[in-house]
Design a protein around this ligand. Structure first.
Ligand code: NAP
Length: 251
């Protein structure tokens, strides 16, 4: 499981590419969207809170980068039809798709499994697993048409080694790890589409604060600090890596 924290991305790394970032209104997703735009991409900002997506849009616009697009979608309630409509819109508006960063995520509750609420469990699985998975299915034709496309599923250390009380969140990340391997094998023959997982590691965001309320956030890396691996894995320098697990920070 390698980490590319020292990677220096060329300024035009993602020039001409169209990339969907989910959960683009906050935390790591906002930072990745801005970072991809700074490296030339046209970014589709997907998320559930329009005001937050607009804030990311404004950051990108203020730097005079390629004009992004806002795609409001709540992964919890989205249907397969929504994802097919999304594919149709992207095809019509942009005519291509070169990457998806599946970043949106829900923590759920950190609690003994004995007390886990089944509805909350379903919500976490919907946002962290089912939504990204069906979105990927609907967008596969566009991704397959690209001559170099990258799909990144965001994992976590608890998706690689189970930990008490992390319930649905941990299970959802294990599911994403498994699914990535399945899909990676299915698309391997194409040679132009790669599917990998990326664990950001402990990062200064509101989700981390929710999980570790007593921790001093200043001891953590910021989303900006972990961008080198996000850029490397989305861009052409990671060509040939398929079905692998990456970390954005050294272990
Ligand atoms: P964050 O600041 O809480 O951001 C999560 C994003 O997901 C927000 O933009 C949120 O939108 C979006 N989201 C949540 N539910 C959604 C839904 N139903 N539909 C659409 N979007 C939804 O968290 P983060 O720390 O940046 O996390 C980003 C990813 O990294 C997650 O997958 C997380 O599991 C993973 N991760 C983070 C850490 C860490 O230390 N921070 C460590 C390991 C893994 P709203 O703002 O509108 O709610």
């Amino acid at each position: 499981m390698s980490c590319k924290i020292d990677y220096e991305a060329p300024a035009d790394l993602l020039a001409g590419r169209v990339i969907v970032v989910t959960g683009a209104g906050d935390g790591i997703g906002q930072c990745a969207a801005l970072s991809y735009a700074r490296h030339g991409a046209t970014v589709i900002l997907l998320g559930r809170t329009i005001a937050k997506l607009e804030a990311t849009y404004d950051l990108i616009e203020a730097e005079g980068l390629a004009q992004p697009a806002i795609f409001p979608l709540n992964l919890e309630g989205a249907s397969l039809k929504d994802y097919h409509d999304m594919a149709e819109t992207l095809d019509k508006e942009f005519g291509r798709l070169d990457g998806i960063l599946h970043n949106a995520g829900l923590l759920g509750r950190i609690t003994p499994f004995e007390q886990y609420n089944p509805e909350l469990w379903e919500q976490v699985m919907q946002v962290n697993v089912n939504g990204p998975l069906w979105m990927t299915q609907a967008l596969l034709p566009l991704l397959q048409a690209s001559d170099d496309a990258s799909v990144i599923f965001t994992s976590s250390s608890v998706g690689r080694k189970g930990r008490a009380f992390w319930g649905a969140y941990a299970v959802s990340k294990f599911a994403v790890e498994g699914f990535s391997e399945v899909l990676a094998e299915e698309v391997e023959h194409l040679g132009t589409l790669r599917i990998n997982t990326l664990n950001p590691g402990a990062t200064r965001t509101s989700m981390r604060k929710g999980a570790y309320p007593g921790e001093d956030p200043m001891t953590l890396r910021t989303p900006e600090d972990i961008m080198p691996t996000y850029l490397w894995l989305m861009g052409p320098d990671s060509r040939g890596h398929n079905g692998e697990r990456f970390n954005a920070q050294p272990a």
